[in-house]
Design a protein around this ligand. Structure first.
Ligand SMILES: Nc1ncnc2c1ncn2[C@@H]1O[C@H](COP(=O)(O)OP(=O)(O)OP(=O)(O)O)[C@@H](O)[C@H]1O
Ligand SMILES: [Mg+2]
Length: 256
């Protein structure tokens, strides 16, 4: 069992111009994610959802000014980015970065070595990656390509889920992993997430704009994220209400 606990989280984003004042984006986020549970976060553009995921992963541009993040009681905010990954946190980014010159197979093996603490045995590793790529219907030729370079949007998202399956984190944050997927890819990617949940009893935080992925990946909890914090939490029925009525009920409340 693992528990990621976020309490009263306030986060500023540093601006590119070092003299400019940082901008406050997160304004008191409270959220607890346990192994085996799935939470969906839905909210308008610019409300701070990706900021929350970056803050959890430890992106240096995002500065926590107040509040706590703990994983099984350990202070996540004191950990470096790779310590967070080793502790069992994983982020599939909304916009996965391209890493020219580093092949996908090298990248995956290096990441698995770092997270597991030892290099996976080559023969087992080849089998493991082959199976994982098969499950996600990724052509084996991708292994030799540079990470994400020239990948289509959907291919990048599949690659994120491939990492999820191989790195086996305790808690996975998936930031708009469903965006830009065709119907078949959506099914394949969702199955990948569900397999991860079953195999690892993982906890999932799914940031999404669309209820269609929630037909495949069933959340127990849905949170509405507006103005840098969670303004309402409920069950899956809340997602249906959002689909029907949008965020007006909440954006009104946030600016009041
Ligand atoms: N470096 C930056 N400089 C200025 N503003 C920033 C910077 N980084 C983020 N922001 C602002 O922070 C706010 C929250 O951004 P964030 O990416 O977290 O939103 P989001 O909820 O993920 O939106 P979307 O649904 O469009 O992905 C936005 O208004 C964004 O412009
Ligand atoms: Mg975002």
């Amino acid at each position: 069992m693992a528990t990621l606990e976020i309490r009263d989280l306030h986060v500023n984003v540093k601006q590119t111009d070092a003299d400019a004042e940082p901008i406050n984006i997160l304004k008191g986020v409270d959220l607890t994610i346990e192994s085996g549970s799935t939470h969906a976060i839905m909210g308008p553009n610019g409300s701070g959802k990706s900021t929350l995921s970056y803050a959890i992963a430890g992106h240096p541009k995002y500065e926590v000014t107040q509040g706590t993040i703990t994983l099984d009681g350990e202070n996540v905010l004191e950990m470096s980015v790779d310590e967070r990954a080793r502790a069992g946190l994983f982020l599939a980014m909304q916009y996965p970065v391209e890493v020219p010159g580093v092949s996908m197979s090298n990248f995956l093996r290096t990441a698995a070595t770092a997270v597991r603490g030892e290099a996976p045995k080559l023969r087992l590793w080849v089998k493991e990656t082959k199976e994982a790529m098969n499950e996600l219907e990724i052509n084996p030729s991708f292994g030799e390509r540079s990470v994400n370079e020239g990948f289509s949007g959907g291919e990048k998202k599949r690659h994120e889920i491939l990492q999820l399956g191989l790195l086996k984190p305790k808690i996975a944050i998936l930031d708009e992993t469903d965006s830009g997927l065709d119907v078949d890819a959506l099914r394949v990617v969702s199955e990948g997430v569900n397999k991860y949940k079953e195999r690892e009893n993982g906890g999932v935080l799914l940031i999404t704009h669309y209820t269609r992925i929630l037909r495949y990946i069933k959340p127990e909890f849905v949170h509405v994220f507006v103005g840098g914090r969670i303004v309402e939490s409920g069950g899956p029925e809340l997602a249906d209400e959002l689909e029907e009525n949008g965020y007006i009920r909440f954006t009104g409340a946030a600016t009041a």
